[in-house]
Design a protein around this ligand. Structure first.
Ligand code: ACO
Length: 475
């Protein structure tokens, strides 16, 4: 074991000076040897990678290691006012400043507007890659070789069929059931067909479930849609690409073979690439938290999809379209902006992001893809309202001051609508590619020895212990 104080003395630098100036006794925090307690040369001086904390309640001073720009919350537990004190905790509702994991999958620099999957910039992937290749990259850490990609595409293509019994499950939903409710329920039910999926630490079993989920999520989405509109189910066609096949299952009519429009097929593929992962957002956090109980991946994906359903997350693309429709015309935009600024409960949907405080890089790519789609479908009449909203908001002090820029959802809905997807399906179109991100994060979590069942602490604010009052004695 190494003690921090010993180490600081060895370094003989400012941390020690601070320590010597303390009039009160200094406590030493014991750090296990496994902690990489490094010193760095900065401007020629040795600098300890530690944080010195003085607890003014007791006058004791502690030093905790800083590693990867982070202090470990558990290192604070030793800061106590008495032996039987639980120890200091951190309070961080909504995880505003807490890293819940170490991850090598997706990198975001919110200030610079940078998004990278496994180191590859999103702009390059959107231009040169395909969604299935990106899914492989997220799951495996490296781009596939030619033969690996062929095998992967073949495997996913050949797992798209749903067990026929599922048609009865899908038939049982009410005609107007929301597609996200249908997706969540169908995904959870899918796990019941594969009881071996509970064997999450068997790598080959895990791999098989990942392939099944990525392959079947398009069939689940499309079959539920066909059921809603009373159309016969359109079965997967193995000659088609992932997105081409999805369009086939969604929109095939009486033709013998469905041929997707290549521009629309590619635009959808780009949208799928952009939505594939986004590090520790609300739904990924749900995937990891639920997965940390070691439940099967179908249940965890259903939980993640439920988190995505909310209007502050994946539901925003649908909300944007409702908003644009409500605004109705370009002339009404200034009034709408006024209402948003007055805080009357209306937000500018598709604007703002917890992490991006600069333009969302995905929104830039989507805006361009929108024009490619409109070449084929004709312009979405709501586009002009969206452009005017963006123009005014980007100049307005309210939005500039708060660093509110269009996010991924601002333009994606316009594309989906032009492609004839009903509004209620927009969040499903987000969920389909995001399953590859969720599964990559889930896999990473299972292989991470730092992880345990997710279990936050609370600050209890309720009543102190009291005795039960019989009902006839209550006021
Ligand atoms: N319209 C108007 N004002 C906004 C908006 C918006 N879209 N977003 C944030 N603000 C304001 C807030 O009212 C707040 O103002 P205040 O400081 O005067 O109180 C300030 O900007 C900071 O906003 P927060 O809510 O604290 O930011 P947070 O990081 O918690 O929220 C969120 C991020 C949820 C995305 C938020 O910007 C929002 O609700 N946007 C609209 C919904 C949306 O588009 N969601 C999709 C996000 S992308 C995704 O999930 C794929």
């Amino acid at each position: 074991m190494t003690t921090v104080t010993d180490h600081v003395h060895d370094l003989g630098q400012s941390a020690r000076d601070n320590e010597q100036e303390d009039a009160v006794p200094t406590d030493t925090l014991t750090i296990p040897d496994v902690v990489d307690y490094t010193a760095e040369i900065r401007g020629g001086a040795l600098v300890a990678e530690t944080l010195t904390i003085t607890d003014n309640r007791t006058g004791k001073t502690y030093e905790v290691p800083i590693k990867e720009g982070t202090v470990r919350a558990l290192d604070l537990r030793q800061i106590k006012i008495a032996e039987d004190d639980f120890g200091l905790m951190t309070y961080d509702p909504a995880f505003m400043n807490t890293a819940s994991c170490r991850s090598s999958i997706t990198y975001i620099d919110g200030d610079q507007g940078i998004l990278e999957y496994r180191g590859y910039p999103i702009e390059q992937l959107a231009e040169k890659s395909t969604y299935l290749e990106v899914a492989y990259l997220l799951l495996n850490g490296e781009l596939p070789t030619k033969s690996q990609l062929e095998n992967w595409q073949y495997t996913i293509t050949h797992h798209t069929i749903l067990n026929e019994n599922f048609k009865r499950l899908i038939d049982s939903f009410r005609y107007n059931a929301h597609p996200m409710g249908r997706l969540i329920a169908t995904m959870a039910a899918l796990g019941t067909i594969y009881p071996e999926s509970k064997d999450i630490f068997d790598e080959s079993v895990r791999e098989k479930q990942i392939e099944r989920i990525i392959a079947k999520v398009i069939t689940i989405a499309a079959f539920n849609y066909r059921n809603t509109i009373g159309m016969p189910y359109s079965y997967p066609d193995n000659d088609l690409s992932y997105t081409g096949n999805f369009l086939n299952m969604m929109f095939k009519m009486t033709e013998v073979k469905y041929t997707p429009n290549p521009a629309l097929e590619r635009a959808l593929d780009i949208l799928f690439i952009l939505h594939a992962d986004h590090e520790q957002n609300c739904s990924t956090n749900a995937m990891r938290a639920v997965g940390s109980s070691h439940v099967d991946p179908y249940s965890a994906v259903a939980a993640a999809a439920a988190a995505l359903y909310g209007p502050l997350h994946g539901g925003a693309n649908e909300a944007v379209l409702h908003m644009l429709k409500e605004i109705g015309s370009v002339q009404n935009v200034p009034d709408f902006i006024k209402r948003v600024k007055s805080g009357e409960g209306t937000k500018l949907m598709g604007f703002g992001h917890r992490v991006y405080k600069n333009y969302d890089p995905r929104a830039k790519i989507i805006k361009k893809a929108a024009y490619d789609v409109f070449e084929v479908t004709g312009k979405n009449p709501l586009l002009d309202i969206a452009l005017e909203l963006e123009r005014i908001a980007l100049e307005d002090e309210y939005f500039v001051k708060r660093k509110l820029y269009p996010n991924v959802d601002f333009y994606s809905g316009l594309i989906y609508q032009a492609m004839r997807f009903p509004m209620e399906m927009f969040t499903v179109l987000f969920a389909i590619p995001r399953v590859s991100g969720w599964l990559s994060q889930w896999q990473e979590m299972l292989n991470d020895s730092d992880q345990k069942i997710a279990r936050p602490r609370q600050i209890f604010t309720g009543s102190p212990r009291r005795d039960y009052v019989d009902i006839d004695k209550r006021d």
